[in-house]
Ligand binder design. Structure first.
Ligand code: NAP
Length: 346
């Protein structure tokens, strides 16, 4: 297989770590960007992985908000994968500064560097299904059976689902910049809620923290009937690589295989580890969630528009064009719990 130079932004992250691992195992030269090169603890696991592979890892410092910051890491690269973006679900405070600016300006900034680098053939943007729909009720409101790649989130804002807004605006910006030129093409990966084993012991990543909270009993009194589309972190990493190296890859790809509420996740854990974790066993009625909303980190508008609405995703484009093979949610969850246990995170 041809060896390439691939730049991965946000190389320290949960998803990016798996992308970098797979690329190194295939023998590529991987350039990661990190916020601070001196914070070696955040990427030591990748240096360790590199030692056992034929690939080569290079570390660059880059800041999403600093013009020209990505020039060096991108110059000479064949492919660029842009994963760096703040990921936390919080509508409080200055969401423009915390979420939207780093996502949107960061994307524009990176693509300006790509425009300067004649070597780059394709950019893979880690977007999200959050750029495809806003609230779970959007499906019913649009008489749709499942979300697909033709849809856009039209309901998120700085004060309602601000993270989703940051992903929507960032992806729109990427298409806008890409359409002004014809040297490189853009492919987006739109994951659902990502779970699965982490390559590090970090627990500040929203995905990792969410499963830990379920295991620690934060929802022992019951969980809201809130449905998610789930993705396996290893499937998401594979999808980035398939999107880069599959010639016909084009446009957006929903990468998710199963949906359901958190009771589905809890059931897999309870069946495998009976009585060991205080996972939720039932659903809390919507009116109670609505009453409690402000005290449990939700707005009432979020509860009204999301709790109790089924969610489905159409992943056929990923299967037909990228040849995606998916892991089951059960395997994803149980592998994640195994990693949490073996790393003594609980
Ligand atoms: P993560 O572990 O929190 O990784 C995020 C990465 O972005 C880290 O490398 C982080 O750097 C970097 N980053 C965050 N804010 C930054 C800022 N202001 N300036 C520079 N770098 C910044 O999250 P993840 O789950 O791997 O997410 C990676 C990408 O996937 C994001 O674009 C996210 O929106 C997208 N995504 C995630 C999910 C999911 O469920 N996990 C679902 C859909 C889409 P540090 O290591 O220095 O913090």
């Amino acid at each position: 297989m041809e060896k390439n130079i691939i730049t991965v932004t946000g190389g320290t992250g949960y998803i990016a770590s798996w992308i970098v691992k797979y690329l190194l195992e295939k023998g590529h030269e991987v350039r990661i960007t990190v916020r601070s090169k001196s914070d070696v603890a955040k990427y030591q696991h990748l240096l360790d992985i590199e030692r056992d592979t034929t690939g080569k890892l290079l570390i660059y410092e880059a800041d999403l908000l600093k013009d020209g910051s990505f020039d060096e890491a991108v110059n000479g690269a064949d492919y660029v994968m842009h994963t760096a973006s703040p990921f936390f679900l919080d509508d409080k405070g200055d969401t423009k500064k915390k979420l939207v600016d780093p996502a949107v300006k960061g994307t524009e900034n990176l693509l300006n560097s790509v425009n300067k680098a004649s070597s780059v053939k394709r950019v893979i943007l880690t977007s999200s299904i959050a750029a495809i729909f806003g609230d779970n009720r959007d499906l019913a409101d649009n008489n749709a059976k499942a979300i697909d790649e033709s849809m856009w989130n039209t309901t998120a804002s700085l004060t309602h689902n601000a993270y989703s807004y940051s992903k929507t605006e960032a992806e729109k910006k990427a298409w806008e910049v890409s359409e002004k030129q014809n040297r490189w093409d853009l492919v987006t990966i739109n994951p659902g809620f990502v779970l699965g084993p982490s390559l590090t012991k970090r627990v500040d990543s929203t995905s990792i923290n969410s499963l830990l909270r379920i295991l620690r009993g934060d929802l022992k009194a019951g969980s809201p009937d809130l449905e998610f589309l789930y993705s396996d972190v290893r499937d998401i990493a594979n999808a980035h690589i398939l999107a880069a190296f599959t010639k016909i890859a084009k446009g957006r790809y929903i990468i998710s295989n199963e949906s359901g509420n958190l009771l589905k996740v809890a059931k897999y854990i309870e069946e495998e580890y009976p009585g060991k974790y205080r996972v939720p066993k039932g659903v809390v009625p919507k009116f109670i969630i609505c009453l409690l909303a402000p005290t449990i980190g939700f707005t009432r508008k979020f509860v009204r528009n999301n709790v109790g609405f089924p969610l489905k995703g159409d992943n056929r484009k990923s299967i037909n064009e990228l040849n995606m093979c998916y892991k089951s949610l059960k395997e994803t969850v149980l592998d994640h719990v195994k990693q949490i246990e073996s790393d003594n995170l609980i």
